[in-house]
Design a protein around this ligand. Structure first.
Ligand code: FE
Ligand code: CA
Length: 525
């Protein structure tokens, strides 16, 4: 770093400390003649008691087609971590570099920090300084924090609207943000589609460059940048990080060679890991990254985070032998109850069981991508009843194992947090999930989408008399879940934004539920 860039850094320090608004920082033009290289913002994630991941990704506009080739192969960067937002008390500094090979994404895994407190971080490079982000370390193991404030997001289809829900999540300044899948969408709407607010401007992503572009576009959004700057995130994926309704090794399209589909998955998974502040993950037996993992918020909460896509059996009872997509399937379909079929994969099932059995946390928040509660759709006769196959209803034996595992583990206060359905739900999960007289095992909350289209309100409301386990359903608003967890109580607010087509949309609370320690019964508040 030369003296003129130090000067710029000092000049920008006040701005950076005052607000994490990247547009304020674009005054400084880079020495290398690039546009502002931190235009995709910064993020932190995967916190531990002694550190967390800090992330950025260098990019040059325009974002499409892929810009990586226009940046040097390697760019040196510095990073700083401070105890205060104005960086008067810097506690760690280091050097790293962004590589073209990694899409110029940068992950630094911080260690040696104090547990249970806020930190601020930023990157410096190419004569510029990044926006400032707030990170946090988890409480020490064995500590008993008073509370945990979580904001939960899923399903942000860029084309369907602005990310006001992300902005309102940021304004809550939660302790942690959870992303439960469909952080991007792989496909593009055709021009003229009603409700298309802002086009992706690229064909469907099938290769690394296409996936990288979509993440770059999302990261260019000021509301998503504000959210990542405000709080650390913990993220898993659902289907649209790869392809709509895919199931393990099977594409939803007929005739796709599994090896070709595996290459597509590998590229998509790589782009996800490049673009979210996730720690280095192990490579599984299938040669692909294993992202299910667990977080511990002192004694207050254990947070296992699941992967509901990578290890699944193919969709049930599809006519063709080697492919399948989500569809309505008759209750008589033998696959639904086949114990050889799995949604999590048997290895992940065992891992989760172990986490639950070992958990000493007051609350066990199981974060994953798909609706767990059954939704039986009555047919003309009982034999004609149907289920949607792309979520846990398509893997009913696996769901029985999940619920029995929750019950038998005696893990305290299990709560399931889910995405994918683009609608708010509050559900009772019973040991026999369609028998409300069987033991109540857990409560489930499903957040709506950040922007994606919701399913029919009336059609699902009409099913509720036949599905007493569903205590609440509303698909009309877009938004997110806001959770306040304390030793004695969990408070869940369903936060609705006024209009996804309005970049300045307001937020209001649609519905509020509480759970008391020791009882999975939902109370509306
Ligand atoms: Fe979605
Ligand atoms: Ca989905």
């Amino acid at each position: 770093m030369n003296s003129s860039s130090i000067g710029r850094r000092q000049a920008l320090r006040l701005l950076a400390g005052a607000a994490a608004a990247p547009w304020l920082l674009r005054h400084g033009r880079a020495l290398a003649g690039l546009d502002y290289p931190f235009a995709l913002g910064i993020a932190s994630g995967d916190p531990a008691p002694d550190g967390f991941v800090i992330w950025t990704r260098l990019a040059q506009l325009p974002l499409y087609p892929g810009n990586e080739q226009r940046l040097p192969e390697r760019i040196a960067l510095n990073w700083e971590v401070a105890e205060d937002a104005s960086f008067r008390r810097v506690v760690q500094r280091g050097q790293t570099s962004s590589l073209r090979l990694r899409g110029h994404a940068v992950h630094v895994e911080l260690r040696g920090l104090q547990p249970g407190r806020d930190y601020w971080y930023r990157f410096i490079g190419l004569g510029e300084i990044s926006p400032v982000g707030r990170g946090l370390t988890l409480p020490a193991l064995g500590a008993t924090p008073d509370s945990l404030h979580l904001a939960v997001a899923s399903c942000a289809h860029w084309e369907r609207g602005y990310f006001s829900a992300y902005r309102h999540m940021a304004e809550e300044r939660p302790d942690l943000t959870l992303f439960l899948g469909d952080y991007i969408y792989e496909y593009s709407l055709t021009a003229g589609t009603p409700g298309l607010v802002r086009p992706y401007g690229a064909p469907e992503a099938t290769e690394l460059a296409g996936y990288r572009y979509r993440y770059a576009l999302h990261h260019s959004d000021p509301d998503l940048q504000a959210l990542h700057a405000a709080a650390p995130c913990i993220a898993t994926w659902d289907d649209h990080e790869v392809q709509d309704d895919y199931s393990g090794e099977t594409s939803k399209l007929p005739g796709v060679d599994p090896a070709a589909f595996n290459r597509r998955r590998a590229a998509a998974y790589q782009a996800f890991l490049e673009n979210l502040p996730v720690r280095r993950v192990p490579i599984g037996a299938n040669g692909l990254p294993q992202i299910y993992r667990q977080f511990q918020y002192g004694n207050l909460a254990s947070l296992p985070l699941l992967d509901g896509r990578q290890y699944r059996s193919r969709q049930p009872c599809y006519a063709a032998p080697d492919f399948g997509k989500g569809h309505l399937e008759k209750a008589a379909c033998q696959d639904l109850a086949d114990p050889q079929r799995t949604l999590l994969g048997f290895q992940q099932e065992r891992w989760l069981d172990q986490q639950l059995r070992n958990s000493e946390a007051r609350w066990n928040l199981i974060a994953q991508d798909l609706l767990v509660a059954p939704l039986r759709i009555p047919g003309p006769g009982h034999a004609e009843d149907r289920y949607w196959t792309d979520n846990w209803d398509g893997f009913q034996a696996g769901r029985m194992r999940l619920l029995k595992g929750l019950h038998d583990s005696r893990a305290a206060n299990p709560v399931i947090l889910s995405g994918d359905y683009h609608s708010f739900w509050a559900n009772h999960l019973h040991l026999e999930p369609e028998n409300p007289d069987s033991p109540l095992v857990a409560a489930e909350f499903v957040g709506t989408s950040i922007t994606s289209n919701g399913p029919s309100y009336e059609a699902v409301q009409a099913l509720l008399p036949n599905n007493p386990q569903i205590r609440f359903y509303d698909s009309r608003p877009r938004g997110y879940l806001s959770l306040q967890l304390r030793l004695q109580q969990l408070d869940v607010q369903m936060q609705a934004i006024s209009d996804r087509a309005d970049p300045k949309a307001s937020v209001s609370t649609l519905k509020r539920f509480t759970l008391e320690n020791g009882d999975s019964t939902l109370h509306d508040a």
